[in-house]
Design a protein around this ligand. Structure first.
Ligand code: GLY
Length: 602
C-alpha cells in the first residue's frame, strides 16, 4: 500500500462513519505560545476545551484529518529508522457530547475495525497500553474492560505510567488526558530477545506504536493543576510514516514510496549507495522535505523562532549533502512537491517562493562554511594527538566566523574528537559579562538611577521589537541594540524606509502596551523550552543551555505581548516606562534600518 492509498483509506473510512474531513492546518499554529504544529488536535484546541462549538464551524462533532506536523525535539535523532522533523499525522476526533458523540468505547471500536478489517492487521499481534493511574487520576479500568471486549488478551494489556500514557497539553496549558495506545508486534526476528521486551522497549523496535487514543477529560491550568473539562473528547493520532512502513514490512520510512524517488536521485547524482551512507541520505531526505513544507507555510530563515528551525534544517542539509559530494541543487525539491501536491496543493502554488527562500539561505550558508571550515580543519589537524578541541577555540570560531556551534560539534564528533562544551559556555559567558560591563560603564557617573533608566529602555526595546513585527511583519528581526542613559537604539532587518504612518502605529502599539500595565516576568528555561514557548532569540549571541526568558504580558489572561530571551535587566511592569517616542528612523546598512527612541515622563 502506498502513501496516497493509506491516506485515502483512512479518510474515507472515517468519512463513511459520519466524520467531517478537515484540511490540515498550517505548520505555523494560531497559538503564539507554540512554536510549530506538533499534533492533529492543535487546530481544534478551542473546541476541545469547550470554548467553541464544533457544530457551528464544521456542522459536525466528528472530525478526521491528515495533518502536517513538525517536532523540533527530534532534529538530532534524524537518521534513525523512525524519527522525522516533518511528518504527517492521521487522526479522528469526537468533540463534546450529545446523543451522537462517542468516547472511549466508540474510539476503541473504530480503531480496531479500521486496523483489523480495513488494513488487515493481525489482532493477535496487538498490545495495548492503558493509564495505570497516578497523580490523583485513577487507573483506567474502563479502557481495560473495553479492550478485553475487543478480544485483546489480558496479558497484552499493559498498564503504563503518566510518562507514557498521559497525553498533552501541547504547551503548558490546555486540554489533555490519559491515553491508550495500540502497539503492533512485528515478530521475533525484529526483537532484542529480552524477556521483558514489549511496548516502549528501550532495546529494539520489535513492537511499534501505531495509534494513540487520547481520552481528553482534563484541562491543565496556569497553576499546573488538572481540572475536569465540562465535556469529554476523543483525540487520536497515528504517526503516518510509521504505519506506512509497518504495512509495507519496512524497517524504516525512508524505504517507503515517500522517500524512494529522492533516495534514488541522490544515489544517481552522488554515485554513492544509500546503504553505505545511510545517515547522510536520510538527513538530506528528511530535511529537504521539512524545508519545503516550512517554507511552503511562509516561514523564512531567521535567527528567531520558526525561522531559526528552518535555518538549522537547511544548513544541516547543505552540510550532509557535501558529505556525499553534492555541492549543488539536484532537484530533490521537485520530488517532494510532486509527491505531495495533490494532498497539499499550496506546495505547487508556492513553488517558486519556496525554492527562492531555500536557495538564498543555502548561498548565505556557503559563505559562512567556507571561511569557518578551513579554520576548523586546521584546528583538528593541530589537535590530532589530543583529540580534543578547547572551548575557547570553538568560541573563537563562533565569534569570529559565525560558525554555528552545533556544526562544530557535529564535525568534531564525526572525527572522533571531543569538544569542551563547558569551556565554550564559559568563554561565551565571559564575553557576555564583558559586553554587559561595557554597557554598565556607559551608565556610569550619572547617578544611581542610571540602572533603572537602562532597565526601562531595555523593556521598551522588547516592546518596540514586538510592535515592529506586528506592523512590518515577522521578517523584522533584531540586528543590534544599544542603550545609553538617554535613548535606545535598535537595528533591525527591513528593506525599506518606514512610512510616517508605520512609525506612528509602532509608537501607538508600544504606548498601548505601556498603558495596559503589563507585567514583566522572568523565567529560567532550557533553550529548547524557551524556543518552544515562542520566545524570540538571536543566534548572534550564542546561548547557554539555560536562558532567561522575559515575558511581558497579562498573567491573568495568559496573553503576552512580548517574549524574548535576554539577559536583562528589566523593570517589573510597563507602567514604569512613561511615554515612548521614536525620534529617528534611518538606514543603518543595506537592508537594515535603525530606530532611536526615548522615554519621556508624558
Ligand atoms: N494528540 C494525540 C497524539 O498526538 O498522539
Amino acid at each position: 500500500m502506498n502513501s496516497q492509498e493509506l491516506r485515502d483509506k483512512f479518510l474515507s473510512y472515517f468519512k463513511g462513519k459520519n466524520h467531517k474531513i478537515i484540511k490540515s492546518s498550517s505548520l505555523l499554529p494560531n497559538d503564539p505560545s507554540v512554536l510549530l504544529t506538533t499534533a492533529g488536535m492543535q487546530q481544534f484546541s478551542l473546541y476541545l476545551s469547550g470554548k467553541k462549538d464544533p457544530l457551528e464551524d464544521f456542522e459536525s462533532r466528528h472530525l478526521a484529518s491528515c495533518q502536517k506536523c513538525f517536532r523540533t525535539g527530534d532534529i538530532e535523532e534524524i537518521g534513525d529508522d523512525t524519527h522525522h522533523t516533518f511528518f504527517e499525522m492521521l487522526g479522528n476526533w469526537s468533540i463534546g457530547q450529545d446523543e451522537t458523540g462517542y468516547f472511549k468505547e466508540g474510539a476503541i471500536e473504530f480503531a480496531m475495525d479500521f486496523l483489523v478489517n480495513e488494513l488487515r492487521l493481525d489482532k493477535s499481534r496487538f498490545y495495548v497500553t492503558v493509564f495505570k493511574g497516578e497523580g490523583g487520576i485513577g487507573k483506567d479500568e474502563e479502557a481495560i474492560d473495553l479492550w478485553l471486549k475487543q478480544g485483546i488478551a489480558r496479558d497484552r494489556i499493559i498498564e503504563c505510567s503518566k510518562k507514557d500514557n498521559f497525553w498533552g497539553p501541547v504547551s503548558d496549558i490546555g486540554p489533555c488526558g490519559p491515553c491508550s495506545e495500540i502497539h503492533y508486534d512485528r515478530g521475533e526476528e525484529y526483537g532484542c530477545g529480552r524477556p521483558d521486551c514489549g511496548p516502549n522497549c528501550d532495546h529494539c523496535k520489535r513492537v511499534v506504536e501505531i495509534w494513540n487514543l487520547v481520552f481528553m477529560q482534563y484541562n491543565r491550568n496556569e497553576n499546573g493543576e488538572y481540572e475536569l473539562l465540562d465535556q469529554t473528547n476523543i483525540d487520536t493520532g497515528i504517526g503516518f510514516e510509521r504505519l506506512l512502513s509497518l504495512l509495507n514490512h519496512k524497517n524504516s520510512s525512508y524505504e517507503t514510496d515517500i522517500f524512494k524517488d529522492m533516495i534514488a536521485r541522490l544515489e544517481g547524482v552522488s554515485q554513492k549507495k544509500y546503504e553505505d551512507n545511510i545517515l547522510a541520505f536520510r538527513v538530506i531526505a528528511d530535511h529537504t522535505r521539512s524545508a519545503i513544507f516550512l517554507a511552503g507555510d511562509g516561514i523564512e530563515p531567521s535567527n528567531v523562532g520558526q525561522g531559526y528551525v528552518l535555518r538549522r534544517i537547511i544548513r544541516r542539509c547543505v552540510r550532509y549533502s557535501k558529505m556525499i559530494g553534492i555541492e549543488n541543487d539536484v532537484g530533490l525539491g521537485d520530488h517532494v512537491i510532486s509527491k505531495y501536491r495533490d494532498v497539499y496543493p499550496e506546495l505547487e502554488e508556492r513553488k517558486s517562493m519556496i525554492y527562492d527562500i531555500i536557495e538564498k539561505e543555502e548561498k548565505k550558508f556557503e559563505k559562512t562554511i567556507k571561511s569557518g571550515l578551513s579554520v576548523l580543519e586546521r584546528l583538528i589537524e593541530e589537535e590530532k594527538d589530543n583529540k580534543m578541541i578547547s572551548g575557547e577555540k570553538v568560541f573563537d570560531l563562533y565569534q569570529s566566523y559565525g560558525f554555528p556551534f552545533e556544526l562544530t560539534e557535529e564535525i568534531v564528533k564525526e572525527k572522533g574528537f571531543g569538544l569542551d562544551k563547558a569551556g565554550f559556555d564559559e568563554s561565551l559567558k565571559k564575553h557576555q559579562d564583558l559586553s554587559r560591563a561595557g554597557a554598565e560603564k556607559k551608565f556610569g557617573g550619572v547617578g544611581k538611577d542610571a540602572g533603572v533608566e537602562g532597565a526601562k529602555l531595555h523593556t521598551a526595546t522588547h516592546l518596540l521589537h514586538t510592535a515592529l513585527r506586528k506592523v512590518l511583519g515577522e521578517s523584522v528581526q533584531q540586528m543590534g541594540s544599544d542603550i545609553n542613559i538617554e535613548r535606545l537604539r535598535f537595528d533591525f532587518a527591513h528593506n525599506q524606509k518606514m512610512t510616517p504612518e508605520e512609525v506612528k502605529k509602532v509608537e501607538e502599539l508600544v504606548n498601548e502596551a505601556i498603558k495596559s500595565d503589563l507585567i514583566v516576568k522572568k523565567e529560567e528555561l532550557s533553550l529548547e523550552q524557551a524556543l518552544e514557548s515562542g520566545a524570540l532569540a538571536f543566534f548572534k549571541e550564542k546561548y547557554p543551555e539555560v536562558v532567561k526568558v522575559w515575558t511581558i504580558g497579562n498573567p491573568e489572561t495568559g496573553e503576552w505581548f512580548s517574549k524574548e530571551i535576554c539577559a536583562g535587566p528589566h523593570v517589573d511592569k510597563t507602567s514604569e516606562l512613561g511615554h515612548f517616542k521614536i525620534i529617528k528612523e534611518e538606514s543603518s546598512s543595506a537592508g537594515v534600518r535603525r530606530i532611536k527612541a526615548i522615554l519621556t515622563k508624558e
